[in-house]
Design a protein around this ligand. Structure first.
Ligand code: NAP
Length: 290
């Protein structure tokens, strides 16, 4: 029977495991395919895919290559999160070394639409630098500095019709940041002066945390109403997010658009050269079946 390893930790990986296992309640084998899903083992209570699951790192590309050979894997699907760049690099290297074909399953990234005020940055440190710049810039107030093109408009325009308590109406004080880039990214932001952080994550970040960091433990999916209420309650000025893509966490982007909140969008790390790409679980399943 054909043996497929799915590198998971995402909704797409779970959908693929279900599809290859012959339905969402199926076991680990279906349609002539035996599926093993792999999780990093970082989250305390992970959403599990159907079928066989292994947990924990492989020990880099060498470890993964050895595992693929030992388990007689015929096809490898990297369905990890778009920001899990180390795992993806290991998968590409192990595939090249062993000859086990690799497909990368990646949901499309988000696209800016009318009414959005996004600024794309190439990395988390670049996002922190942008916040720092805004927090220390004299003039109209720190939050306003994040929206230069909007602030320049004499009147009207979607982001000018601000509701009370959001960015353009604020004057001085710290930039109040809605940070949804994950708990492990927190150290990139905690040292910034003039910034207050509402950091939302699935699991608690490592203590100690400074006073200007407020942690909110939640895992979604989220609603636009809930995100809107959160932005208002905490008087947030700016949203910082990674371009994860997918429907599970778009509510914050809709709420930000409605409230005229600027968004600092961290771009995805590039994929290894030459990898084969699929955007849906169905596409990946057709490939994995061979
Ligand atoms: P990463 O930085 O690329 O990976 C770090 C190390 O963790 C890898 O080198 C590998 O260890 C191990 N690892 C990662 N994914 C694994 C998997 N599916 N199975 C076995 N080992 C895995 O990844 P990350 O950003 O820490 O993400 C870890 C996991 O969380 C991924 O599975 C990803 O899909 C999921 N996730 C990540 C994010 C995010 O924002 N980064 C968001 C949601 C879910 P070895 O080198 O020892 O093999």
């Amino acid at each position: 029977m054909r043996r497929v390893l799915i590198l998971g930790g995402t909704a797409e990986a779970r959908a693929l495991a279900a599809e290859l296992s012959g339905g969402s309640s199926g076991g680990s084998s279906g349609g002539g395919v035996h599926v093993v899903s792999s999780l990093a083992g970082r989250v305390s209570n992970p959403r599990l895919p159907v079928g066989e699951v292994r947990e924990g790192g492989f020990g880099g590309a060498d470890g993964l290559a050895a595992w693929l050979a030992a388990e007689r894997i015929d096809a490898l699907v990297d369905a990890t999160h778009p920001f899990a760049a180390r795992m993806t690099a290991s998968a590409a290297e192990a595939s090249a070394r062993t000859g086990v074909p690799l497909l990368v399953l990646r949901r499309p990234g988000w696209r800016e639409g009318p009414g959005d005020a996004w600024q794309r940055v190439p990395s988390l440190p670049a996002a922190a630098a942008r916040l720092s710049e805004a927090a220390t810039r004299p003039g109209d107030g720190p939050a306003r500095a994040l929206l230069p093109e909007v602030a320049a408009q004499p009147s009207g325009g979607p982001a000018r019709s601000f509701l009370p308590g959001t960015a353009v109406r604020r004057g001085g004080g710290p930039v109040r940041v809605f940070l949804t880039t994950g708990r492990r990214s927190l150290p990139v932001f905690t040292g910034l002066a003039g910034v207050w952080l509402l950091a939302r994550s699935v699991d608690p970040p490592e203590p100690p945390l400074p006073d200007h960091v407020h942690v909110l433990l939640d895992r979604g999916p989220y609603t636009v109403e809930g995100e809107r209420a959160l932005i208002r309650e905490h008087r947030l000025d700016v949203l910082v997010t990674k371009d994860s893509g997918g429907p599970m966490t778009t509510a914050k982007l809709v709420a930000a658009r409605e409230l005229g909140l600027p968004v600092i969008m961290v771009d995805r790390p590039p994929l290894p050269a030459g990898v084969r790409l699929a955007e849906t679980a169905a596409e990946a399943a057709a490939w994995a079946r061979g």
